[in-house]
Write a protein that binds this ligand. Structure first.
Ligand code: RIB
Length: 293
């Protein structure tokens, strides 16, 4: 049994590509506009499924066009969407993304993502029980995240947690998390420590992604640094999600931690080569080819 359950957000990404970001009160003309399926949860589910994972999504979308489109997209990617529910109260979550100067700025409006309640999780215990890895992020209600962590803790199901947005992380969550994967900025926000100190405090548990500087963790004796693979980045949106989805895939297939991190690092280097969070997510063969390069 190698089922990966992702419990998290599904958003429609409304992406504007612009040469610069406007000042307060200023109107400028952008270069292009796109809509892409996104949401950290859905992105992580697609990343794991494209690698060949058996992935189940638990999420909530609105009863609207975006909700239908996002669910269909996940289904076409091979993700089990039987437990994506539809809210009649709130519209589907969206992310307003500004791409400028090779970076992105994102505002998420959670909408129906905040309709996924602890009570709904209660009703899905039998599904969660079948998972050998659960993946979460923080774009859903904190109480829902806590309910899942408590349940996974009781059943000793490993949880991969992408603590983003970091503001919603609570430090006492950490004891129920097997792997936590902030970027460097989020790591500082979460622990208020310098990078080395934070890594040493959570050996083999805290894995920090550093963008073009790769990935670091502490193995209990020494600091491990997996270097980034140089690539031609077109859009970094979803790179962290690809890392998490691939890490979950590797963990569910019993890779050793170092191999899992290398695999996820290579997957994420491929994901940035196309526009849109999910477009560049690789297959397992593509990751292995990159690792062999
Ligand atoms: O991590 C990238 C994702 O963050 C985007 O797809 C957007 O929807 C936000 O959730």
């Amino acid at each position: 049994m190698k089922m990966i359950t992702v419990i998290g957000s599904m958003n429609m990404d409304l992406v504007v590509d612009t040469s610069r970001v406007p000042e307060n009160g200023e109107t400028i003309l952008g270069n292009s506009f796109y809509t892409f399926p996104g949401g950290k949860g859905a992105n992580q589910a697609v990343a794991a499924a494209r690698l060949g994972g058996d992935v189940h999504m638990i999420a909530c979308v609105g009863n609207d066009g975006f909700g239908t489109e996002l669910t269909r997209n996940l289904h076409e990617e091979g993700v089990d969407t039987a437990n994506v529910s539809y809210s009649s109260e709130k519209s589907t979550g969206i992310a307003n993304i500004i791409l400028s100067e090779k970076d992105n700025r994102i505002i998420v409006v959670p909408g129906a993502n905040y309709e996924l309640t602890p009570q709904m999780i209660e009703g899905l215990r039998d599904i969660i029980k079948m998972s050998n890895v659960v993946v979460m992020q923080l774009e859903i209600l904190p109480e829902t995240v806590k309910a899942v962590l408590k349940f996974c803790d009781e059943l000793t199901i490993p949880v991969v947690m992408d603590p983003a947005p970091a503001k919603y992380f609570e430090v006492d969550m950490i004891s129920s998390i097997r792997y936590i994967t902030p970027n460097q900025y989020e790591c500082e926000q979460l622990f208020g420590l310098d990078l080395d100190e934070a890594l040493e405090m959570y050996p083999n548990q805290l894995i920090v992604t550093l963008g073009k500087d790769g990935v670091r963790y502490f193995d209990g004796e020494k600091h491990i640094h997996v270097e980034a693979i140089q690539t031609n980045a077109v859009d970094t949106t979803g790179a962290g999600d690809t890392f998490n989805g691939a890490l979950a895939y590797a963990i569910s297939h019993q890779y050793a931690l170092y191999d899992a991190v290398k695999f996820a690092n290579a997957a994420s280097s491929l994901s940035v080569e196309k526009l849109g969070a999910q477009s560049g997510m690789p297959t397992k063969e593509e990751v292995e080819a990159r690792l062999a390069r």
